[in-house]
Design a protein around this ligand. Sequence first.
Ligand code: MG
Length: 438
Amino acid sequence: MASTLRFGSASDIGKVRASNQDQLLVAEPLFAVADGMGGHAAGEVASLTAVEALRAAFAKERTVAGLVDAARAANRSVWEKAEHDADLRGMGTTLVAVALVTDEGEERIAVVHVGDSRVYLLRQGELEQLTSDHSLVQELVDDGQLSEADALTHPQRHVLTRALGIEPDVTVDSLQVLPFKGDRFLLCSDGLSRELSDARVASILRRLANPQDAAKELVAEARANGGNDNITVVVVDVVDDGDKAAAASAALADDPGLVIPSEMGKGPAASAKRSGGGGGARGRLRRSRPAGAAKNRAITMRVVGFIGVLAVMLGGAVAAIGWYARGSYFVGVDGSGLTIYQGRPGGLLWFQPTVSERTSVPVAAVLPSRLDDLKAGKEEASLADAQRYVQNLKAEAQAHDAATTTTTAAPAETSTTSTTSTPSSTQPTPVASTSSVP
Ligand code: MG
């Protein structure tokens, strides 16, 4: 049984901007938010071009890799448009997209992102930011040079290190999530994340069950809180994950003749006794078919109920093992580059680790002393921790290079987060920048 999605969306110009350069796409099973940048109408053209190109390209291959390719196609479209029209030169856009795909026979939520728009996942009440901003301040935070709090007010907080449309090709970050019933994905532009704390966002997402209500409320609060930028939000709920154990228990609950497994001790057993005991004399006298049928039905209910309990218990055990097996990340080596996997190194039972993100950091960019750890699989608690670990490895090797190199040759840029430009140490070149907040 396939997962089904419910969704809602909202966008607002905010209180300060003259136009709304954000763009959202709701085209089940594909959802996206793009935040355009550029003078005059260029930002609007960039974000609209990006989501239209994304949609067209994704239709060709609905897989994780297909979504990554679609984001690259979107980049190409924006870049080409900017190249051919002097009025649009320099325009760019962020892009986050989420799609329900079937990959290797398994349903997954594919997530791609470029820039500082974000994707969050609310699972079992906990909000997790799935994406890491491609921005200068995020790099400083990752390197430990800036606190999260200071990043919010940093004068260069709008400077992106990666955006669509700036170069003919772009590195697209991607990850995939196994969908579970109750998962809620939030896609948003920075107009939301700059105005509302994660705690406030989580509170709204927990409180409003209807995704459209949640989307409207998020945008309304971000506007009320300042509205210094365009605000755009898409909320996508997984309302059915095709869980067979849950389906079996729902089927039991739906049939009034059957009891739900948790009440089995009293239910089917008691009705079996009634039909065979108290009603037995009359039943024997009349030899009525219904009496016999009732008894058979009671026995059948017992068997079904028992199977239901087993299914739920087994489902619970599988879910618990799955949760443990897939509940962490590790950084390993795949070919010549570093890759972040979801799962446990070597796998656990039948849960094999899956690729969460192929970083663009080559093995050659890491200190040799770290390779044993990486080959064994360096475990981290979350994707963000794993990304941080990769960044730290890179920074460590660069620091080491700088200490041992006496020539002025700069090390090759191998960053996962700055493929569109190399910010210089003193005056970073804005690849793309939303205009500053007054
Ligand atoms: Mg913005």
